[in-house]
Ligand binder design. Structure first.
Ligand code: AKG
Ligand code: FE2
Length: 362
């Protein structure tokens, strides 16, 4: 019996000293020092201060129509160059996107004391709290989050004594749709590399689709008095195969490119952002980039996002597809399960990929 995602995370708790001391963001007129970031708090923070190269002004991640006959190649190209893209015609009803946005807004709009009733426990994963990556930084992030793994029923009952069943239905439907979409996107991307279902049998579309599991991460970035010095969510890559992100109509997500620096991903109503995660980078033998990204905040508008974090069950070993490894080379990475990878990430954070590389760069 494969472990559930909850168990996967529970085995590797990250201690969050601040999780029970979430400030009431709305009452702060000035950024407290503990929320004021400088380059020494995050080496990548400095990259934000550099003016973007003039050629890069309009450049951002590709926008792909899934109904386009060439969608697979466009996705493949986006995964190789950016590690991220936005999609239209993804088949997820607009009504459902509006519902999940409403749910997210309603959750974070609850009084702090109510939200804390569903606070993530010391060793747990699900529930209300600060970003999971908070323990890797000295400064605090200008955001609050809510993680859902498995059924949200118990937590939702504490948050909304009356309406929790309706909200559970929304989450269930959203996750169902996202699962199908994620698998479709993964196969479109793999097919662009000439990889077929025979090459990755555990993920075959014909196998029962229970090989995958997911978590839902709801994020809220409140209005911030001094956004230039604050950080909504610090730079990280996702530990997933793929992440599908819904963002409301407030900009904030940025992706990093060595040649362009930080690039904003503009919200496009009704569309979804797709990130390549570390496990897909490994599976593709490094051909697909796992995208470094972060969230900035702003002074006038609150921002909401919903990340569907998708990966394999814990008994599945992810290793580079043999077809993508040249016969004279060793695979770039050794094989890992999602559990093992999360363990490495919990210890080494943004250096986790280099820890499982087979040969180190010269
Ligand atoms: O809020 C966003 O745009 C990014 C969220 C994110 O990266 C995450 O939850 O992992
Ligand atoms: Fe992320």
């Amino acid at each position: 019996m494969p472990a559930m995602l909850t168990d996967v995370f529970r085995g590797h708790p990250i201690h969050l000293p601040h999780s029970h001391h979430q400030p009431d963001f709305t009452s702060l007129r000035e950024l407290p020092d503990s929320y004021s970031w400088t380059p020494k708090d995050d080496i990548l923070f400095a990259a934000a201060a550099a003016p973007s190269p003039p050629t890069a002004v309009d450049e951002t991640i590709p926008f792909i129509d899934l109904d386009h006959p060439d969608a697979a190649n466009q996705i493949g190209h986006a995964c190789r160059t950016w590690g991220a893209f936005q999609i239209a015609n993804h088949g997820v009803p607009l009504r459902l996107l509006q519902d999940i946005e409403f749910l997210t807004g309603s959750l974070f709009g609850l009084p702090v004391q109510r939200k804390l009733k569903a606070a993530r426990s010391e060793t747990g994963v699900s529930g209300y709290g600060v970003a999971r990556i908070a323990s890797f930084f000295n400064k605090q992030m200008w955001s609050e989050g809510f993680t859902i793994t498995g059924s949200p029923l118990n937590d939702f009952r504490k948050l909304w004594p009356q309406l929790h069943l309706n909200y559970c239905d929304i989450v269930e439907e959203y996750e169902e749709r996202m699962k199908k979409l994620a698998s479709k996107l993964m196969w479109l991307a793999l097919s662009s590399l000439g990889v077929s279902e025979e090459d990755v049998q555990w993920a075959s579309l014909n196998s029962d689709s229970n090989w995958a599991q997911a978590a839902l991460q709801l994020n809220h970035y409140p209005v911030c008095p001094q956004p230039d010095r604050a950080m909504g969510l610090a730079a990280h890559t996702d530990s997933t195969l793929l992440t599908i992100l819904y963002q409301n109509n407030t900009a904030g997500l940025q992706v990093f490119r060595d040649d362009l620096g930080w690039v904003t991903v503009p919200p496009v109503p009704g569309s979804l952002v797709v990130n390549v995660g570390d496990l897909f980078h490994i599976l593709s033998n490094g051909l697909f980039k796992s995208v470094l990204h972060r969230a900035r905040v702003n002074q006038t508008r609150a921002r909401l996002s919903v990340a569907f974090l998708w990966g394999p069950q814990s008994d599945i070993k992810i290793s580079p597809v043999p077809k993508l490894v040249s016969p004279v080379d060793t695979p770039l990475y050794r094989s890992v399960t999602w559990t093992e990878y999360l363990q490495t990430k919990a210890t080494h954070f943004n250096k986790a990929l280099s820890m499982i590389r087979n040969h180190k760069e010269e």
